[in-house]
Design a binder for this molecule. Sequence first.
Ligand SMILES: *Cc1c(COP(=O)(O)O)cnc(C)c1O
Length: 228
Amino acid sequence: MQTDIKKNINNVLNSINSSCQQANINANKVSLIAVSKRKSIENIQNAMDIGIKNFGENYAQELNEKNKLLNSDIISWHFIGPLQSNKVKLIADSASWIHTLDREKIIVKLNEACNTFNKTINGLIQINISKEKTKNGCNPDQMLYLADLVESASNINLRGIMALPDINANASDRETEMREIIDLSKKLQKKYPHASEISMGTTNDFEEAIVYGSTMVRIGELIFGKRT
Ligand SMILES: *Cc1c(COP(=O)(O)O)cnc(C)c1O
């Protein structure tokens, strides 16, 4: 198992490097978030052994338990799951990044929770680009409104946007969605130049996402194997 995870991570890092080369991007502009949801502490330690520091989790309770068990100053936890307001405290307690800010109520609650922990968290606004589906994320035309709120929240740093392009869409529809996200990021950076992160791309589409301009790829199964 350990050699598999090691080998898988090396393969993923090589693919990230070649996509960066292809797009003429400096490879250190793209961060790898290893998505460890429903995977064991041992699996996470295997990934840490070869230098992975950024881990993504979807469930507040699981994130909190893993954070307590590992008790590591090296790890940065990224919360990438849907947000429920009664779970915001658990997330504020454990995470350094939150990728799924998509509504006013959650932004206000998260800011309050971070304030009680006396910490600042990095925030990305999740945008719903495949609008027909009932997915999480705000409507693109709400992005700047939510960005203003995050920017004025003293315990959240506005860092950019996140999106989940439809992995079942055909190549041309996927391209349209990825381009739309890049355009929205440019619009955001015009007002907030520091909010330059674009969290886009998973096991299925990270190479394409990097070529379009993603700066954070969230990869689970390609590193840790299928989730059962
Ligand atoms: C599970 C998940 C991932 C990782 O997906 P893989 O297909 O395992 O790479 C990335 N982003 C989000 C939001 C997820 O929920």
